[in-house]
Design a binder for this molecule. Sequence first.
Ligand SMILES: O=c1ccn([C@@H]2O[C@H](COP(=O)(O)OP(=O)(O)O[C@H]3O[C@H](CO)[C@@H](O)[C@H](O)[C@H]3O)[C@@H](O)[C@H]2O)c(=O)[nH]1
Ligand SMILES: O=C(O)[C@H](O)COP(=O)(O)O
Length: 339
Amino acid sequence: MADLPTRDAATLPGDVRDWLRSHTSTAADWPASRLMAAKGDTTISVVLPARNEAATVGVIVEMIRESLMRRYPLIDELVVVDSCSTDATARVAAEAGARVVRQDEALPELGVQRGKGEALWKGLASTSGDLVAFIDADLIGCPPEFVTGLLGPLLADPGIVYVKGCYRRPLVHQGRVEPDGGGRVTELVARPLLNLYWPRLAGFVQPLGGEYAGRREVLESVPFATQYGVEIGLLIDLLNRAGLDALAQVDLGQRRHRHQETEALAVMSTQIMLTAFARLAREGRDGLNAATATLAQFRHVPTTGGGTERQVVLNEIEVPERPPLATVRERAAKVPVRA
Ligand SMILES: O=c1ccn([C@@H]2O[C@H](COP(=O)(O)OP(=O)(O)O[C@H]3O[C@H](CO)[C@@H](O)[C@H](O)[C@H]3O)[C@@H](O)[C@H]2O)c(=O)[nH]1
Ligand SMILES: O=C(O)[C@H](O)COP(=O)(O)O
């Protein structure tokens, strides 16, 4: 870890610290039986965006159908948006029991765009549940708690409009597992951007995570960036529209997925930056001229009981500048030399 001055979480800005404590729960707080009691007339849709996910989408669909449609009739509608796949994603998803919507065939009068955000937007347009949960289709292992955890705060509290999943994210590379090495774009791009320009969102452990749920009327009231900027765009726009207290996060445990190559992640990073810069411009901020920043990061440390706990680490980051050396030398040359 870099040798930076760090502070304790207690010195997070008061509203972020309070939010982190009061608006973070764990999936275990929201068992399906409890949600069934709270569901009442509320209808719930689950949308999986999928581009070439034939290897994983079927297992996720089967899990949702078995655990959350048959065993507990919690989910009313399960849709896979086939995002221009060239593999058997659509067939596998349909055989597993999902309704498959082809991204380009939904809302054809509005033309076609590419990317994950487009798939989610078309999924929102093709479903009708009062609550909508989005789950990535490339997850390797997706227990029912990934869905129930996201729905819990929405069913329990009418003041919550949007719930984001968080988790530990291992990086699996050439047979090696780094327990917290995943989420590289999150750590290198999204978290610094949010801490710099939207510090009230600094408490989101996984701002780019692909598992989240919201109320339909709220999701339909904000734009969806079409590509990979969709997650950061939603967070910023929902903060501005609904306020921090209407947002929540739920710890879903651990998330594994198919990793992309560095080259593809650079494209993703650029899309995320463009999405954020567009929001800075809309908010009338140039924002690009700061010399100091606080970066809140999350670290998992061992506990005495043999488990781990998440700690907030605050880094104070400064980039003071030195003037061009030539200008300093010129000045030094003018200082009279004493005999
Ligand atoms: O054009 C696309 C690209 C992706 N996807 C699907 O979207 C999900 C996530 O895409 P993926 O390429 O696996 O993204 P990650 O590398 O996992 O990126 C992370 O960071 C992204 C940027 O915030 C988020 O969109 C992702 O959900 C999050 O997992 C998967 O089901 C994809 O099949 C589409 O439907 N259409
Ligand atoms: O969410 C992210 O930061 C990107 O999807 C990269 O994730 P990975 O480092 O786990 O592949």
